[in-house]
Design a protein around this ligand. Sequence first.
Ligand code: FAD
Length: 454
Amino acid sequence: SFEHNEMISDACASYTDIEEINQELRPLIRGITQGLDYFGYYRLNLFGKQCPFWSDNEGVCGNIACAVNTIDNEDEIPPIWRSAELSKLEGKKASHPPERKKEEPSPLAGALGEGKDESCIVEFDDCDERDYCVPDDETRSDGDYVSLLDNPERFTGYAGAGAAAVWSAIYRENCFSRAPLVKDTKSSSPSQPFGMLNSKSHMAAVNDLKQAVLEKPRLELVEKKNGNNHLALLDLDVDDQCLEKRVFYRVISGMHASISMHLCFDYLNQSTGEWGPNLDCFIQRFEGHPERIQNIYFNYALVLRAVAKLRNYLSEYTFCSGDAHHNKVTKTKMLELSTKAASSPQIFDESLMFKDANAIELKEDFKNRFRNVSRLMDCVGCDKCRLWGKVQTQGYGTSLKVLFEFDENKGVAENPPLRRTELVALVNTLDKLSTSLNAVSKFQQMWETRQLQE
Ligand code: FAD
């Protein structure tokens, strides 16, 4: 239902356009992440790595026992609702999914084109200089398989100084003028408790969110390239920062906003014991910050563009699940997603980035900083949060790798290899963003209803 011409003549990608794309693709994305085993299990080193930036002795909490005890009155709620319980992983971990046959591919064989039918790029140990993420499956013996379906991203109660320190360190990676992250145990933004807003701030929140959500302001800075209206979402109105730095900030802020959206949307009402959307949580986290919601849209556009760019690559990719039929279904669905993404209007134009004289250094810096963000996930003191933090940083890292290191006209042999975990993370990250967009409109409806009742 999207006319490219319409988009071009409009010279602008709007939030509505992205929502419409999401509506069209969402069933397919959900079908892939919820229906295919290949995308339902994630292999990662969840427990074996120390936080490389600080230790508990230095006063910043990096372990469950400490980080999860920050919710008030935990003693008053049943143990099963306490954050330590909520943070726990469900289902099998540290084990392989059932029926997974052992395959022993030469890790790079697929990439090199030799014996492509039998060989799989499953997981391999080496870090590639083109990676934007530190591979988590580097030590094969340390990896755990975790079911993503059994461990949905939702409210866990992880908050307080530990969580704030991680976010603060992540945002410090965005200071390109500074040295990359070094130990810094002092800074932490105060975390704010939830609660009903008073009526004055409630009205302020309502007005802000009306602007952010209901009116859906258009993404204004669409850059024109060579006289053509190539669409790019570059609407940060801020300062003189170069485009690449703005993009870096938006990626992490959009990831943060999506995590907040998930925890508000699948929130535990500790009075009733029911899980569901919490409008006050949404207002609390997005009040006065429409840009946080905008950054979710931005990330959706960025990740979807990476998926679109993989079309030729995926047509030659060998999916390895141990079951030929499953492999075939997986490939067909992934190709369908990638083809549909590629036929949507181009809403993110990566060719505008890393063009200047200092492009090579800037790209290296960008990459190293993003790698640090991925390392910071080992400082997250809640199992479930760490799991999804790792999946999503890997998903964005994979997107950046595809956007800046891949040639979309070429296939497997001439592009860098993609690990299974990278592909799984990429699609699950798109799924998270898709769910977040859905949540925005659900919150919008809830909020309209509340207004009518007031
Ligand atoms: P925080 O969300 O901790 O934010 C800290 C500060 O960052 C804010 O005060 C604000 O100044 C700024 N900020 C907030 N949002 C943005 C944004 N989008 N862009 C820019 N700046 C922003 N909790 C769960 O319940 N479930 C989870 O799955 C979960 N996963 C997590 C994953 C990671 C990697 C981390 C670090 C934390 C996770 N948490 C999770 C905790 C959660 O993100 C919050 O830290 C926690 O709920 C406390 O929220 P807060 O209101 O104190 O602000």
